[in-house]
Design a protein around this ligand. Structure first.
Ligand code: FO1
Length: 308
């Protein structure tokens, strides 16, 4: 049986590492388990941002500047919607709408999200498994000094300005992993945790009991890539959030957050590193495909070291 790799991912930073892995690993040897805590209904459409960002990134359609949505997108739907007084804090591009409309129709017909995403990945000829963490409803809520906010209201409408006191994952405790998720963690040679925001984009996965249990019992090494570069987040609110949660903005806090789940951590160049796990160092900034491949090679090499 050839080697199998599983990566837990969410958000924009996560998609870059998955792309690096996808570029260098054999076809169909990679499974991505994706956060769905950011999912919500907008204009009645089911939006799955972290899944869609991954579909776009791996199929070369993503808008690299924005970090989400499609390259060359047009916005006629939003212009027409605004002219009718529709709210415009969350923008749905004309091409992007195809994903939401088809996903909505399939969900209404009773198809599970995991089956829908597998069809989308196949339609775009992607040679890997993309699994939502669950087919059940899980919603990330952010407790802030402005009250309890649904994730996208915090992240997009308020641009992560409110001060965070806690993050909650409604439905996670009762959620069942999507088909194939537990097996992908238990039966693989390596589990990777992408440089996603641990508190916002990875924790929803860890809040699903059977996923956490699988990570605790898998024989595969579990290796994460730190989302911090020189004590700052590459993109998004990771550092600000850590500060607000009273945590030091260091790789120690990242390793401590994952606790006994982690065997190794890839850190940026000379950034300080925790003693509690195996460490590898590289430039973890992923601006180009070559960068993504470099970080992917580094994390796979550390996994091989931990497996020995
Ligand atoms: N992020 C924004 O900052 N503004 C938007 O208008 C926006 C629209 C959007 C539409 C579809 C989609 O899949 C993602 C979108 N995002 C937008 C990004 C999204 O909020 C984030 O990718 C994730 O939820 C955070 O990981």
């Amino acid at each position: 049986m050839s080697a199998r790799f599983t990566v837990l991912t969410g958000g924009v930073g996560g998609a870059k590492l998955v792309d690096g892995l996808y570029r260098i690993l054999p076809q169909n040897s990679l499974t991505a388990i994706v956060n769905t805590g950011d999912d919500f209904r907008h204009f009645g459409q089911p939006i799955s941002p972290d899944i869609d960002t991954l579909l776009y990134t791996l199929s070369g359609k993503s808008n690299q500047a924005l970090g989400w949505g499609r390259e060359g997108e047009t916005w006629n739907f939003m212009a027409a919607l605004k002219s009718l007084g529709g709210e415009d804090w969350f923008n749905l591009g004309d091409g992007d709408l195809a994903l939401h409309v088809l996903r909505g129709m399939a969900l209404s017909a009773g198809e599970p999200l995991s089956g829908i995403i597998a069809r989308f990945a196949e339609a775009w000829d992607l040679q890997l498994s993309i699994l939502p963490m669950t087919d059940d409803a899980v919603a990330t809520w952010v407790e802030t000094d402005e009250g309890l906010l649904p994730f996208q209201r915090y992240f997009v409408e308020r641009q992560c300005a409110p001060k965070v006191q806690a993050v909650r994952f409604e439905g996670a405790a009762e959620a069942v992993p999507a088909p194939g998720v537990v097996a992908a963690i238990m039966d693989c040679d390596t589990v990777l945790v992408a440089p996603s925001n641990p508190w916002l984009s990875v924790d929803p996965l860890l809040a699903i009991p059977q996923i956490r249990k699988a990570l605790e019992s898998t024989k595969a090494p579990v290796i994460a890539v730190s989302p911090l570069v020189e004590g700052k987040a590459v993109k998004g609110p990771t550092a600000k959030l850590m500060d607000e949660l009273g945590l030091e903005v260091t790789n120690h806090s990242i390793a401590a957050h994952y606790g006994n789940l982690l065997d190794g951590l890839v850190v940026h160049n000379k950034d300080e590193a925790p003693q509690s796990v195996a460490i590898a160092r590289t430039d973890t900034l992923m601006k180009s495909p070559k960068d993504r491949e470099r970080v992917a090679r580094t994390v796979l090499a550390l996994a091989a070291e931990c497996r020995r």
